[in-house]
Ligand binder design. Structure first.
Ligand code: F6R
Length: 260
């Protein structure tokens, strides 16, 4: 794992945007995996700015989102379809037919999940998968106890996750219990996993992900098995890491060609 600690979430977000922008410049047909939530918002604003001001071209890029609630209309303000349109896609020149988000309204959920996996495969696999982390260590909506080999499927949210997302729904009782999420096995097949975590409330999950054992009890720890996972943190999210000094030293010693 490559652990990058930046003083602020803004600096971490800008660094992540440079990684994504470089991927798109080097590979115009790049396949990007997107997350929702509060963590990637500034990264998405920066991608929109790079498109607007620097001509970063998303015309051939394909997008796959990690997850979606089951049963929410796509124009519901808390749906991830709505989030992605408002926070990213309407600010880019990405083609609507290149955008993929799990279909939480599908009549046959298992068939929709299999189709999603097929679409990722047909697109050539995901080049960079952007990830956040839940306070309980989930990535996507792979809650604790998810199989480390899981594929896209239905999951039931934990009470903790429903509480974390309650504000989007005006109360925990309105948060849908079920979601479709890419599995941990699906995520691990991405060529790069780019996880962002900011703020003190992520510090415990981050230290268990990076320095704890690989366990389904902390699903993000599976990224230890990925050959190219880049973890971008602010100082608050890095506060519980025992080897923080080593990670910072490693970064300061990077040869020029390895810098982002
Ligand atoms: C969202 C997702 C989740 C979030 C995580 C962190 O698509 O897959 O894993 O990344 O719950 O959410 P925030 O960023 O709101 O703290």
């Amino acid at each position: 794992m490559e652990i990058i600690i930046r003083p602020t979430s803004l600096e971490g977000s800008l660094l992540a945007a440079r990684i994504v922008a470089r991927t798109v410049r080097e590979k115009p047909h790049a396949v990007l995996g997107f997350a929702t939530g509060s963590t990637p918002l500034v990264l998405y604003q920066e991608l929109a700015r790079l498109h607007r001001e620097k001509g970063l071209d998303f015309g051939s890029v394909a997008a796959f989102n990690l997850d979606e609630y089951i049963g929410l209309p796509v124009d519901h303000p808390a749906s991830f379809h709505h989030y992605m349109r408002r926070n990213l896609f309407e600010h880019l020149n990405i083609r609507p037919e290149h955008v993929h988000i799990p279909d939480g309204l599908a009549a046959d959920i298992p068939a929709a999940c299999r189709k999603y996996e097929d679409e990722i495969r047909s697109a050539g696999g995901i080049d960079v998968q952007i990830l956040g982390i839940g306070t309980n260590g989930h990535i996507g909506f792979n809650e604790p106890s998810s199989s480390l080999a899981s594929r896209t499927r239905i999951k039931t949210l934990t009470r903790q996750t429903r509480l974390d997302n309650a504000a989007d729904f005006g109360g925990v009782e309105n948060v849908p219990p079920h979601v479709i999420t890419m599995g941990l096995g699906t995520i691990l097949e991405s060529r790069m996993c780019l996880l962002l975590a900011f703020g003190a409330k992520k510090a415990e999950a981050v230290s268990r992900m990076v320095e704890g054992p690989v366990t389904a009890s902390l699903p993000a720890s599976v990224l230890q098995l990925h050959p190219r996972s880049v973890i971008v943190l602010d100082r608050e999210a890095a506060a519980d890491l025992e080897r923080a000094e080593y990670y910072e030293w490693t970064n300061s010693q990077k040869p020029e060609w390895q810098k982002y």
